[in-house]
Design a protein around this ligand. Structure first.
Ligand code: FMN
Length: 316
C-alpha cells in the first residue's frame, strides 16, 4: 500500500494544499470524498478576517462542522508552528481541532520538536512543510516524529522558497535523506508531473494551483480565467519582506508595480491581498499567485477528476 495513504487514511495520495482565503468546506470535502486529503487553509470559508485568535478559532469551528457535514472522511487543518504563531491564532485553532476530531495538522513554520510531540500525543497525524526546506530540516522533522514531509521547490504557487531549487531536485534530495514519506509540492499540476515526482522519490502530491482551477474552489471566476489565459512566459516574480518571500504572479497592476519597486531597490513592496486578487477576482487590487507550471492546466475540473488524475502518477 502507498505509505501516504496508509498514514493519512486515504486511498489516493493527493493532498490539496492549503491556500489562504480560497479553501472552504466545499473544496476540502470534495477532495476528501474523492479519497484524497482535503485541507482547510487560513480563513477557509470566511467572509471577513477575524481580529483575535478566539474569534478565528470559533469561526473555524463552524467551518470544520460544515466540512464534517459534507464528508465523513479525514481532512486536515493548516497551522503555524509556535515560532510563526506569536499571537496564538494557530494555538487556538488547534484546540478547536482537538475537540472537533480533525485528524491531520498541516504545519508550516520553523520546526518545534516539543510541539510536534504534543501534537502526536494528542493523536494528530502531522504533515510538515518547511517553507525554506533543506535536507537538514527534513532529517530534523523525521527525528521529531513528523509523519509525512513536504518537499517544496521554487516552482510552487504562493510564497516560494527563496532558495532557487526546483521541485524535482528538492524532492529527490529529501526522499534520499529520510525514511518517512515525502510529498512533492510545486508544479504538480497533471499526471505527468506527478509521475515525474514519483520517479525521484515522492509518494504523493501536495498540490495547490491545480485545485485553484477546480469547480469546487471558491476563487472568483475572473481569477480562474486569468490563470487559464496567462502563458508560461508571462508570469512575473516579485520579492517581498526583504527577500524572505517571493511570489510568482499573473501580470497585473499590483504585481507589476511591486516588480518596479524591487528594481528600484525596495524589497518590501505592497502586494495587496489574496482576498481581493484571488477570492474576489479584483485583479487590479491584489496578486494572483500560481505555480510555474500553471499554463499546463487546460481546464477547470472537478476535484474528483483532479485527485484521480494526480493519483495515477503514483500508481494509485
Ligand atoms: C493562492 C495560494 C495561496 C497559498 N496560501 C498558503 C497558505 O496560506 N498556507 C500555506 O501553508 N501554504 C500556502 N500556499 C502554498 C501551498 O500550500 C502549496 O505549497 C503550493 O500551492 C504547492 O505548489 P503548487 O501551487 O505549484 O501546487 C498557497 C499557495 C497558493 C497558490
Amino acid at each position: 500500500m502507498n505509505r501516504v495513504c496508509g498514514i493519512l487514511g486515504i486511498t489516493k495520495p493527493v493532498v490539496q494544499a492549503p491556500m489562504t482565503w480560497i479553501t472552504s468546506p466545499e473544496l476540502a470535502a470534495a477532495v476528501s470524498n474523492a479519497r484524497g486529503l482535503g485541507v482547510l487553509g487560513f480563513n477557509a470559508g470566511f467572509e471577513t478576517g477575524k481580529a483575535t485568535p478566539e474569534e478565528t478559532a470559533e469561526e473555524m469551528r463552524k467551518v470544520i462542522r460544515k466540512t464534517k457535514e459534507l464528508t465523513d472522511r479525514p481532512f486536515g487543518m493548516n497551522v503555524m508552528t509556535s515560532a510563526f504563531d506569536g499571537a496564538g491564532f494557530s494555538k487556538a485553532t488547534i484546540e478547536v481541532c482537538k475537540g472537533e476530531g480533525v485528524k491531520v495538522l498541516v504545519a508550516i513554520g520553523a520546526l518545534d520538536t516539543e510541539q510536534i510531540k504534543e501534537w502526536k500525543d494528542a493523536g494528530f497525524k502531522v504533515i510538515y512543510r518547511d517553507m525554506y526546506p533543506t535536507v537538514a530540516s527534513a532529517k530534523a522533522a523525521e527525528e521529531a516524529g513528523v509523519d509525512v514531509i513536504v518537499a517544496t521547490g521554487c516552482d510552487e504557487g504562493g510564497g516560494m522558497p527563496v532558495e532557487a531549487t526546483g521541485t524535482m531536485v528538492k524532492t529527490a534530495l529529501m526522499a534520499d535523506a529520510v525514511s518517512i514519506p515525502v510529498l512533492a509540492a510545486g508544479g504538480i499540476v497533471n499526471e505527468a508531473m506527478a509521475k515525474a515526482s514519483a520517479c525521484v522519490g515522492a509518494e504523493g502530491a501536495y498540490a495547490g494551483t491545480r485545485f485553484v482551477l477546480s469547480k469546487e474552489c471558491r476563487a472568483a471566476q475572473a481569477t480562474k480565467d486569468d490563470i487559464l489565459n496567462t502563458g508560461a512566459d508571462d508570469l512575473i516574480v516579485l520579492t517581498e519582506a526583504d527577500g524572505y518571500v517571493k511570489w510568482r504572479c499573473t501580470p497585473h497592476k499590483v504585481a507589476k508595480e511591486a516588480v518596479e519597486q524591487n528594481n528600484q531597490g525596495n524589497m518590501k513592496p505592497s502586494t495587496g491581498s489574496f482576498y481581493h486578487g484571488m477570492l474576489k477576482g479584483d485583479l487590479e487590487a491584489g496578486i494572483n499567485t500560481v505555480s510555474s507550471a500553471a499554463s499546463l492546466i487546460r481546464s477547470i475540473d472537478s476535484c474528483e477528476d483532479i485527485v484521480n488524475e494526480l493519483a495515477r502518477g503514483y500508481g494509485c
